[in-house]
Structures are given as C-alpha cells and as structure tokens.
Design a protein around this ligand. Structure first.
Ligand SMILES: [Zn+2]
Length: 340
C-alpha cells in the first residue's frame, strides 16, 4: 500500500509500505476512504517534537472494514466506520466513565499511521463506530472531521460547560477552535466570542455560530473579553492552541467559578500556581475522548444538522501529502483532506 513516512523534520514522503494484517483477534483492517493532516502533525514537522527515525504519520481516518479478527463482533467487512486517534476497549472503568482516550489499553493511532491506503485498527469493537449505511460523498469530510477535530472541539465545549444561556469564548482559530465554536452553538451557548485575526477563519467562525470576533491577543484580548462580559470574564472558555500565551489568555479571560476546556496539545506550558489558585476557575481538558461523542456526532452529520467538513479548505491526493504538510505549515490551509 501507499503511506506517508516522515524521515526528519520537513521531509515527508509517500512510499510503499507493507499492507497491514490482523495481528490480534481484536483487530480490524480498514481501507481508508479519506485521511487528513492535523495541526499536531506539524510538531515533528517543525522539529518541535523529537523524532527517533522514519515514522509513519496520521491518526484521523474513515473507511470501509476489509477484514476482522475472530473476536470482533461489533463491525463486519463492508461497514463504513469512524474511529478516534486513540484505540480504546470502551469497557474498562476509564472508558465507562467517558475518558476513552485514557483507556488503560489505549493505543495511539499515530503510531500506526493512517495517512495510508489501509490501517490496522486495534480493539476494533471498542474503537470503531459504524455509520447507518454507506455515506454520500458530500458527508465524508464531515465524518472524517468527527475522527478528531470535531470530536476534540466538542469535548472542549463540554469541558468548558458551554451551555444554554452562557457566553463562550474560543481561544484559537485552527480547525479545533473553529469546531469548538460549532460545538458551543450546538450545546446552546447564546453568545460565542471567537478570538481570531485571520479574515477567512473569522468568516468560517461566523458560519459556525460565532457572534463576536476579537482580534486582540494576550492581555489585550483578555481586556476585550472582560469588556464584552460586563467586566466579569466569560463563564466558558475553550483553549485550542496549547501554548503558554493561549493557556494564560484562556485562564485570565474566564470569570471566577467559570470553566476552561483545554484541548490544544500543551507545548512547554508552565502554569503559575499562585495565579491559578486565586483565579478560582475550573480547568478540564486533555486528549479528547472523541469515542464518547462519536455516536451523537455521526447522527448529527447523518441528519445533515451540522457541516463540520467545511473546515477542510484544501483537498489533495495522498501522493501529494508533502504539499499538504507545506500548506498547513505555511498557514495557507486550515485543514487538508487527503483523498485515496
Ligand atoms: Zn478502556
């Protein structure tokens, strides 16, 4: 099969890789219909994450089941399926509590590499969710978004308790931040402030439900949020970047007693304990348990009530993956879909 390998930072190639096979009775093999490049793939690409040699890439996927191990009962060959970036058994106590990304048997799909024609899915019964039938081509980008960026934005909105009657603020205008706006709207937030200084992303934020756009950053951005919320700060803040500046901005924009849902992969973030102590805010986040939300998200997409696939603003064939990484790195694209 063809699949993406990153050799060193900045060096992405599409090569022949061995076809995956069922290794454990709980495995399934899927033929991917589409894959994509994630903001977190840029960490090794930019040399911000250590690499230990040539690495398969990709952790988002939708596709058709080709083969299943003898213990797999929930999906069968021919099913169209979606899974998250962590495989999970969905039966342990952590999974049952709704935190499947931290399942005691969790396996990182990025280590398998789903920017490829085929992929082995561990713990297939717990990991994969089948759609009601074969999807129309126009909903495939939205179903692929559910695999990570939508599920992650959704978790952020839930963790930030973006509910009816509340003002939600979203720090970060990447795909996750934009879908955090969509999620906050679906969950009933009445006012949604998107922090963005990029015109095309502001436009998409408005389409997804943002009522206000704030272009200021850091403490200037915090001052504007305070002004917009009667001096109190937002009740509900989504952090979707993962830098020191964005995390502090999110905490300072939240009123005492409010909630921060943080899902940006933290990179060198150090929180000052004294400021955290006196902030009086709830912090909840981490790697999103996307599996918890997949049935609900698939249903909303299937009923065409949400269109998260709009975040894909560039589509390239798998063999052009190097161009996809470049476009994302240079911020020429918000999210790149790889066709197979
Ligand atoms: Zn589990």
């Amino acid at each position: 099969m063809r699949g993406v390998i990153m050799y060193v930072p900045g060096d992405v190639r599409v090569e022949d890789r061995p076809d995956p096979t069922v290794q454990l009775p709980t495995d399934a093999i899927i033929r991917l219909t589409a894959s994509c490049v994630c903001g977190s793939d840029l960490l090794p690409y930019r040399g911000q994450d250590q690499m230990s040699g040539p690495t398969p890439m990709g952790h988002e996927y939708v596709g058709v089941v080709e083969e299943v191990g003898t213990d797999v009962a929930a999906v069968t060959p021919g099913d169209f399926v979606i899974g998250s970036f962590f495989a999970s058994d969905n039966t342990c106590e952590i999974c049952q509590a709704g935190y499947q990304s931290r399942c005691i048997h969790a396996e990182l799909m990025g280590a398998i590499g789903t920017q490829a024609q085929f992929a082995r899915i561990p713990l297939a019964d717990g990991t994969l969710v089948a759609t009601p039938g074969m999807p129309d081509a126009d909903v495939i980008p939205s179903l692929l978004a559910a695999s990570d960026v939508l599920g992650t934005g959704w978790f952020a909105a839930v963790a930030a308790e973006s509910r009816t009657g509340k003002t939600a603020t979203v720090v970060g205008d990447g795909a996750v931040g934009l879908l955090g706006v969509l999620a906050a709207r679906q969950l009933g937030a009445e006012r949604i402030i998107a922090m963005s200084r990029h015109e095309p992303r502001q436009q998409l934020a408005r389409e997804f439900g943002a009522t206000d756009i704030v272009t200021e950053r850091g403490d200037d951005g915090v001052a504007v949020i305070k002004k917009l919320t009667g001096g109190y700060g937002a009740r509900s803040v989504i952090e979707a970047v993962g830098t020191q500046e964005s995390m502090i901005q999110a905490i300072r924009a939240t009123r005492p007693g409010g909630h921060v849902g943080y899902v940006g992969v933290a990179h060198d973030v150090m929180l000052p304990g004294d400021e955290l102590f006196f902030s009086g805010v709830h912090l909840h986040g981490g790697p999103a348990p996307v599996r918890r939300f997949l049935p609900e998200l698939i249903d909303l997409i299937w009923q065409r009530q949400i269109d998260p696939g709009k975040v894909f603003d560039l589509q390239l064939p798998l063999d052009a993956a190097a161009d996809a990484y470049r476009a994302l790195d240079q911020r020429r694209a918000t999210k790149v879909l790889l066709t197979l």
